[in-house]
Write a protein that binds this ligand. Structure first.
Ligand code: NDP
Length: 287
């Protein structure tokens, strides 16, 4: 099993604990996702609350419609800009219409920041992967994006980049939780030093949070199922960005650095794999 090890020397506690991406940039292992927080004022409040509770990584996207709120919170939270890691993503319609460069500029304008830490191609759009990636490479070289990555990419999509482009993605953000472990894809990414990051770690807040095995394991550590899932994800060497707009859950979901799942419990959770998705299938999506 790959160990969950923070490699950052200067910011090594809890939510500040970082993984070093293959280009040397440090990314917190655990951040906050803000999908479906539709209102920018509410987003600003939530992100500020999260930062006050120690979160140092925020995952947004042009699609979520809340980059303005994320940027406002980061600009006004009182922390130096370099202490908060911000991820955003370019949406599919922009890739389909060859508007990645403009879309990036629009995201930056909404965020109101000089640079973004991680910028992702949101989904692999057939026929547009190389052109979209090449646009991101340009901004990366200019220093306006510190790390470039992809989301929902399968090996064949990554191969297209490997064959035709200069830089490899440093992150692949995929749906990943105990019911969908994508071991082959995970291994493929790890062999190429592409860090896997888990979206929808709680399957969007579904029944996985009431899974009997996870509940039993949670009870034995006096933790919640949500905490066991986050801890399991980190111990498999995967970063993650659970979403919550509930202040108490922000604390709960990040209180995972004071226990370690045993090898036998890691195996019990590995056995829960059932190839079950909450979100779209990268092999077959129509959005
Ligand atoms: P999650 O799996 O993170 O689940 C979020 C849901 O779980 C919300 O309804 C939340 O409720 C609830 N929840 C959070 N914590 C707890 C808890 N401790 N106990 C019980 N319920 C809890 O869903 P997301 O789909 O939002 O995924 C996380 C993030 O991943 C997104 O916000 C986004 O940033 C990213 N993402 C990326 C995608 C991609 O294609 N790249 C696709 C989907 C998501 P509440 O907020 O009310 O507390």
């Amino acid at each position: 099993m790959e160990r969950f090890e923070g490699t950052c020397e200067t910011r090594e506690e809890g939510l500040s604990r970082c993984v070093t991406l293959s280009n040397g940039v440090e990314m917190p292992w655990l951040g906050l996702g803000v999908f479906e927080v539709d209102d920018n004022d509410l987003t600003e409040t939530i992100v500020r609350q999260a930062i006050e509770r120690g979160y140092r990584s925020i995952d947004t996207a042009a699609l979520y419609g809340n980059e303005r709120g994320v940027g406002a919170a980061i600009r006004t939270c009182g922390l130096p800009r370099e202490q908060v890691f911000v991820t955003s993503k370019v949406w599919n319609t922009e890739m389909r219409s060859d508007r990645v460069e403009q879309a990036f500029e629009e995201s930056m304008k909404r965020l109101g920041l000089d640079y973004v830490d991680l910028f992702l191609l949101h989904w692999p759009i057939e026929g547009k992967i190389v052109a979209s990636w090449t646009a991101l490479e340009r901004f990366y070289r200019e220093g306006r994006i510190r790390a470039i990555g992809v989301s929902n990419f399968l090996p064949r999509h990554l191969e297209e980049i490997e064959t035709n482009c200069d830089e490899m993605p440093v992150v692949n953000q995929i749906e990943y939780h105990p019911y969908l472990q994508s071991l082959d894809l995970k291994r493929y990414c790890e062999e190429r030093s592409i860090r896997v990051e888990a979206w929808s770690p709680f399957m969007h807040g579904g029944g996985i949070l009431r899974d009997p095995t996870l509940s039993e394991i949670a009870e034995s550590y006096q933790k919640s199922v949500a905490q066991v899932i986050v801890r399991w994800i980190l111990q498999t060497g995967v970063a993650t960005i659970p979403k919550t707009q509930t202040a108490s859950r922000m604390v709960e979901n990040s209180d995972v650095f004071d226990f370690e799942l045993s090898d036998s419990d890691m195996r019990r959770i590995a056995d829960l794999e059932r190839g079950m998705r909450w979100g779209g299938d990268p092999n077959n999506f129509d959005f």
